[in-house]
Structures are given as C-alpha cells and as structure tokens.
Write a protein that binds this ligand. Structure first.
Ligand SMILES: [Zn+2]
Length: 469
C-alpha cells in the first residue's frame, strides 16, 4: 500500500510538473504572440511592400508583360525580406487580350457608356454590334424568359449589388457575370451587357471573369458602370425601343506560362510541415491591383518576414504562396495543388488574404474538435487586435479551394469589406484607397496566426465529416 502511494504521489508530482511546464510554455508562447502583434501593429512593412508592387509593377493581368514583371518583383522581394527559400513553379493558361472597347445608346437618345469587356469574352465584329436592348433584373429572370423576347437582342442584366461588411452581396449578383452570356445565347441574344458587380456609384465599370459552355454559341459580354446602368434602365422604362451599339476587340491569343512565386521561413523542428498563407499576384488590368490582391500579397509576405525579423524560429515551415492567375479561373491554385499532391497531408493549415485591405474583425476556423485548444489560444492572442472568434465554419480563400477539398483545415481571417466592392476590378483599385494602419493590423493578425500554428504540436485537419463531402 505504502509503495503504491509513493508511486502515486511521484506520478502526481511528475504530472503536475509536466502540466506546469506546458502552462509555462503556453504562457511564453502567448507572450511571444503578444510581442509579435504589438511590433507588427507599428510596422509599415506591408504598406512598403504594397507601395513597391503598385508603383514598380502596377496592373498585372495574367499573360501580360507586367505578369512577368510581377513574378520577377516577387522573387526579388522575397529575397530582400530574407526568406530562407524562394522559388517559382510554372502555371500555363490561355492569354486573353482586352483591346479597344466602346458602348453607346444610339436611340431614342444618344449616350456614350463607360464599358469594359468581361474576362474571356470574345470580341464583336469589327464594326461592332447594334441591336435593341432587352432588360432583366436578374440572371434568373433571363433564364425564365420567353426566347421570343430575347432573340436578336442585346441582353441587359440590371442586378444591383447590396453592400455588406462581409461581402455577401457579391455571390448572388456575380452569377449574372459568369453565366449571363450562356443564358442569353441559349435564347438567341447577340450580346450581353451587365450592370457592374459593385457597390459604387462612380462611372467605373467592373470587369471580372465570364464563362462559355460547350455547345452554346459564344456571344460578347461586357459590364457598364452603375450610373450608366441606371441611365439605360430609365430610358428602357419609358417604353420605347432602346438600341445599343457595342464594340469589343477582346480575344484569346495563344498560351503563356507564368509562375506561382513561393517563399518560406523554414521550420526549425518540422520543416516538412507547412503553414500556408498567401494571396494572388495577378490582378485585373484596369487599376493597379492595390486591394485585389496587392494587399493580400503584402500582408502575408510581411507577416512571415516579420516573424523571422523578430528573431523567432517557427517549428513548422511558414510558406507564403503568391498564386498566379487567380482572376481567370484559379489557374495557379490548381497548378499548386497538382504539383504538391503527394504532400497535401503536410499542409497543416492555411489562410488566404484576398478581400482587400480592411481591418480584420473576426476569424473562423474549420478544424477537427481536438484542435480546439489551438483555436482558443488563437482567440486569446487575437483579441487585443480587435478580432473575435466567430465559429468553426471557415471557408477557404479562393486559391485554397483545391487544398481544402483535399482535406486541409482552413482559417478565415475576415476583413471589413464594406468598401471593397466599390473598388473591386475597377480603375479605382489604387494604393490611395488603402489605410496603412488597417494594413498593419492585418499583418499583425496574419503573423500571430502563422506563428501560433507553426508552434502548435497537433494537427489542424478539417473535421472528418467535412473531409468526406
Ligand atoms: Zn482577388
């Protein structure tokens, strides 16, 4: 009996000792996280990176000369920031060229419209297309319309986007941008023009991707600015036939091979295990891609660089991936997932920054229940940065979709996107729209997230039931 009690008390003391040292490690870790946060909040690093990208490269649409320049810029920037490894991986895709574009209302009144071709649209014949306009409030209304209403006409989808902090107004409206040309062509339309998918009332049209479908005739697709959409609708509402002229030079010209650019801070204990953060390096051509997605590039490069700069040694590797050609179909993301298919399991978790430069106000996780101690640790560490925990339902950033589908747990660090869709894919997406303090807060949140995830001992996989979906 006596021996047992000695063993038990020794065991108790041992367990107590372990618990104490775990608690001490956790306290140390949380202190480190607080130090990273405090320093990163004061640092202009992300803003300096964003200034450099938007000034030295500017617009960088996939397949253009500036795409190549952006890749070169990113490689050099990673090296300047003292990343341990820097490399590129090839990404090949068809090259879409915009060319000249114009649109006008020709009857019953004459108006020039602010127009932009949608990405991947074909052009019109050289002399343009002139036809009567038929208007629908949403894609669904077009899909349900009698083809006799549509045949031979230019379809106008006038779906107004709602403004919300989390950007949820985008999903329902962007369907018309993606599928408007297919639905219109099925009913005999000669072109489709949409109200811009955006919340602003400036005369800037918003570009973005559209799609064709096999077996459906390809028709040109464009967006007009929101004030022009209002004007067009007012004239249509007067009841007389309205005629529009549309001229687009857009076309596909061969193939191009760009690159995902990758930099990492190599893990000191488990270098093969990866915490992935990043954004997409390409942008649309109209603005300088400051908020979409120069901000994400700058935030994540700065966050990882910061950890090393402060002398911390992450146990796992922190990898920053700057994806090629997100805008025209997640091409870089698919190439990355394919190239790393046999080490997907080593991708412990990830978070992409691709929603502008607004402050992060909440975060969500999407991990199995035994990883919740990590989530709570992150919750404590992010609270001083004004970030609340909002549940275990995080969706992946666009470029993380292939990795998420392969089972990687994800975190979403959710930014205030109230103004994001005023700028998104327009000539107005420029550096002056970015608040340096908000950008620094993003850099601090990403640095804390990446560091704590790198130090965490356990896995951060998706919950089992989600993996099977
Ligand atoms: Zn983006």
């Amino acid at each position: 009996m006596k021996q047992y009690s000695i063993v038990i008390s020794l065991l108790g003391a041992l367990l107590y000792g372990i618990a104490q040292s775990v608690a001490a490690d956790n306290t140390k870790l949380e202190d480190d996280a607080n130090r990273i946060a405090a320093e990163a909040l004061k640092s202009p690093l992300a803003y300096q990176i964003l200034e450099s990208l938007t000034t030295e490269v500017g617009p960088r649409m996939a397949g253009t000369e500036q795409d190549a320049l952006a890749v070169k810029w990113a490689v050099e920037k990673f090296k300047q920031l003292d990343f341990d490894r820097v490399w590129t991986e090839p990404v090949t895709f068809p090259v879409w060229q915009r060319g000249e574009e114009s649109a006008s209302i020709v009857a019953p009144y004459k108006h020039q419209l602010a127009v932009t071709a949608l990405g991947m649209s074909i052009g019109t014949p050289e002399q343009g297309i002139e036809a009567e306009v038929v208007s629908f409030p949403t894609l669904k209304h077009l899909s349900e319309a009698d083809p006799k209403q549509v045949e031979g006409k230019i379809v106008f989808i006038n779906h107004k986007m709602e403004r919300h902090r989390d950007g949820r107004g985008y999903g329902p409206v962007v369907k018309g941008r993606g599928a408007g040309a297919v639905e219109g062509a099925k009913k005999g339309a000669v072109a489709v023009v949409i109200r811009s998918v955006g919340t602003d009332s400036h005369r800037f049209p918003h570009t973005g991707m559209m799609r064709y479908a096999d077996g459906v005739k390809k028709i040109p697709a464009a967006a007009i600015s929101n004030p022009d959409a209002d004007l067009l609708q007012r004239i249509i509402d007067r009841g007389e036939p309205v005629r529009m002229h549309l001229q687009l030079d857009a076309k596909i010209v061969g193939e191009y091979t760009s690159a995902n650019v990758i930099g990492e801070i190599t893990g000191s204990e488990k270098p093969e295990e990866i915490i992935l953060i990043g954004g997409h390096l390409d942008s649309w051509d109209l603005g300088t891609g400051a908020v979409d997605d120069g901000a994400g590039v700058a935030i994540t490069m700065a966050a990882a660089a910061f950890i090393k700069k402060m002398g911390f040694k992450p146990k796992r590797t922190i990898r920053v991936v700057l994806f090629a050609n997100e805008e025209q179909g997640l091409v870089g993301a698919k190439a990355y997932a394919k190239a790393h298919a046999d080490e997907i399991n080593n991708h412990i978790t990830g978070s992409e920054s691709d929603f502008g430069a607004g402050r992060i106000y909440e975060f969500q996780s999407n991990v199995q229940s035994d990883a919740l101690p990590f989530v709570h640790q992150l919750q404590r560490a992010l609270k001083p940065l004004g970030v609340e925990y909002a549940g275990n339902q995080a969706g992946p950033g666009p470029d993380l979709i292939p990795l998420y589908r392969a089972g990687m747990g994800v975190f979403s660090l959710e930014q205030d996107g109230t103004d994001y869709f005023d700028l998104h894919h327009t000539p107005d997406d420029t550096l002056d729209k970015v608040d340096p303090e908000a950008l620094a807060q993003n850099q601090a949140v990403y640095a804390v997230f990446a560091y704590l995830a790198a130090q965490y001992e356990g896995r951060l996989d998706l919950p089992e039931q989600k993996k099977k979906q």
